[in-house]
Design a protein around this ligand. Structure first.
Ligand code: AMP
Length: 319
């Protein structure tokens, strides 16, 4: 399958690399790493990484301007469905490739390289590069590592397998970079965000079934002087609370007139409930975008019912 990817890359002189809306480090790092790898190995090709950037991740790397292209290949990383691909008109492209680690949602009509057990899109790229002997450099190696670290939340999940650590070891030895500088790029944050984290810890409601939830309204966002995207990303900092098995943030995004509902679990699988509200995601990390806080609260209620069932099953199994 990886050889088919090389064949299709070799066939096109112009290649555009896209990823999902609401950019995050794995999405960004996977598209930049792939762009830079193709540029390094095929210097005569025109390769563009496109999509809406974010000031927060500007230091990770620069995106390219979207141009009208002809007879071009589109490669989409880290995205399972067409509607969430950022800034792309699919009809413009002669061929399409998907490289993704989300559960399958939709065929893009070309080569599909999917592994929903992989920690990240960057891990799949590491495997591709390792298997096909594409050349990379230390900058690309760092991008790949950042994507893995970010999506695995620093290796907290079962997707952190021996195979992944072996790959990382191989890349780090062959294409070294500074781990501490890499973590600064990912994790340095302003005091305002830490203060908002404190607010969430103080105000999160927890049901007796173990569901933690909190609305983060625009007033709160303004009060703490953070942006809506950063507020929404705080969900990842609330794992490992004894009383909380599933947790939800409902972040108001006035610019897009929507509420970003972000859900995490270390118990039941939650992606089916996210899908019910036209969202989706991984089994234990999902999300949806709804119009009102009332709708967001319906998701919270569904999750609480799911947890009630889950807790009674756990109890039965324990007895
Ligand atoms: P979030 O925490 O809001 O970034 O969402 C977690 C994950 O859920 C994302 O990385 C996506 O895989 C998925 N997700 C979030 N919102 C949606 C949506 N509207 N449609 C499909 N998948 C989504």
């Amino acid at each position: 399958m990886y050889n088919s990817l090389i064949e299709v890359i070799e066939k096109y002189d112009t290649i555009v690399i896209a990823r999902h809306i609401g950019v995050d480090p794995d999405a960004l790092c996977s598209q930049l790493a792939l762009r830079d790898t193709i540029r390094l190995n095929y210097p005569n090709k025109k390769v563009l990484a496109i999509g809406t950037g974010s000031a927060k991740f500007a230091h990770i790397g620069r995106l390219d301007k979207l141009e009208t292209v002809e007879n071009a290949l589109l490669i989409v990383t880290d995205t399972p469905d067409k509607k969430r691909v950022d800034s792309v008109d699919f009809s413009q492209f002669s061929s399409i490739v998907k490289i993704d680690h989300h559960p399958f949602m939709e065929d893009f009509g070309g080569l599909e390289i999917i592994d929903d057990e992989a920690s990240s899109a960057c891990e799949i790229l590491m495997r591709i590069i390792y298997s096909t002997k594409l050349e990379i450099d230390s900058k690309i190696s760092e991008l790949l590592y950042m994507g893995v670290v970010s999506d695995s939340n620093r290796f907290l999940f079962d997707s952190s397998t021996p195979a992944l650590f072996s790959l990382i070891s191989y890349f780090l030895a062959k294409y070294p970079f500074s781990i501490s500088e890499c973590y600064q790029k990912l994790y340095l944050r302003p005091m305002n965000e830490v203060r908002l984290e404190g607010y969430i810890a103080l105000n999160m409601k927890v049901t007796e079934n173990g569901l933690g939830y909190i609305p983060i309204t625009n007033d709160v966002i303004l009060q703490f002087g953070v942006d809506s995207a950063s507020a929404g990303n705080m969900i990842n900092n609330f794992n490992f609370i004894k009383e909380v098995v599933v947790w939800v943030t409902m972040t108001e995004d006035v610019k897009n007139s929507q509420i970003r509902v972000s859900i995490r679990s270390r118990g039941p699988e939650i992606n089916k409930i996210a899908e019910k509200y036209h969202g989706g995601g991984h089994k234990f990390a999902s999300g949806a975008r709804v119009k009102t806080m009332e709708e967001a609260m319906q998701i919270v209620n569904d999750l609480d019912h799911l947890l009630e069932k889950y807790q009674s099953e756990v109890e039965t199994n324990d007895n």
